[in-house]
Design a binder for this molecule. Sequence first.
Ligand code: ZN
Length: 291
Amino acid sequence: MRAYLRNFRFLGVLLPLICSTLVSAESAVTQIGKGLYAYISDSDASANSTFLVGDAGILVVDTGLNATEASKLLGAIRRISALPVKFVVNTHYHPDHQGGNAVVGPSATVISTDFTRERTMAIQGNPGMTSFHFEPANLTFQQQITLHLEPYTVQIYFPGKAHTSGDALVHFPEQRAISMGDLFLNRSSPAMDDGSVESWIHALDNVLELPLDNVVPGHFELAKKSELKRFRDYLNDLYEQVRVLKQKNETLEQVRHDIHMEKYSDFRQNAKYEATFADNATVIYQQMHAH
Ligand SMILES: [Zn+2]
């Protein structure tokens, strides 16, 4: 009887854990091409990831906010393959995209733009960043790098200033898919770091020219081209409105008030990350001011 109770208690503790893991694993991972998987994070504070399983190893794009999120991601990868994680790509320096590097790929080559490595080194010691673990890239590039993860090819490139001044996009041509980092948040106003919205729109136009069946956003649901197009139109509409209002010599306060974004009323806005329509208009206004 005592043994039975002990077992019962043991199961009582364990079962909810097992079930929630299974449920989140099922809802979070989607195969989007040969060897290629999109991992959609169940936490808005942690980025999505993409992983490609080659013949002899795995490449992972973005690793989540911290060890907890990274363990969930690694668990999802391990349910599909036991091969070593050989490469990690960080799309940019924000902790929610690279905080899990050490857990997901402890012996992996970490790849990013030169800019992302420089920014990572710069913020590493900041008092506000001490809770994050950083593993800066040991292989960096300025414009592009082609990785041959046999039998697949991966094109990693800098699309021009956008969400930051040194983002990377990861294109999987054989799988007709791309990982966008925070250049694309599905049905959502994006956070905007020191980048360029004007060049961001160009970058999205170039991505829309690619033959793509799936688009992995930095946050929120897996997308198709039509959703990327709508996000591009949001940025472009807002940009044009701010430009016209500014030409009428409106102040920043007036511009924030006078933009009309009702067409995008289904978009998420997040004041915590300065990612509302008005916040985005402010950044656009200030970038125009700098010219
Ligand atoms: Zn970001």
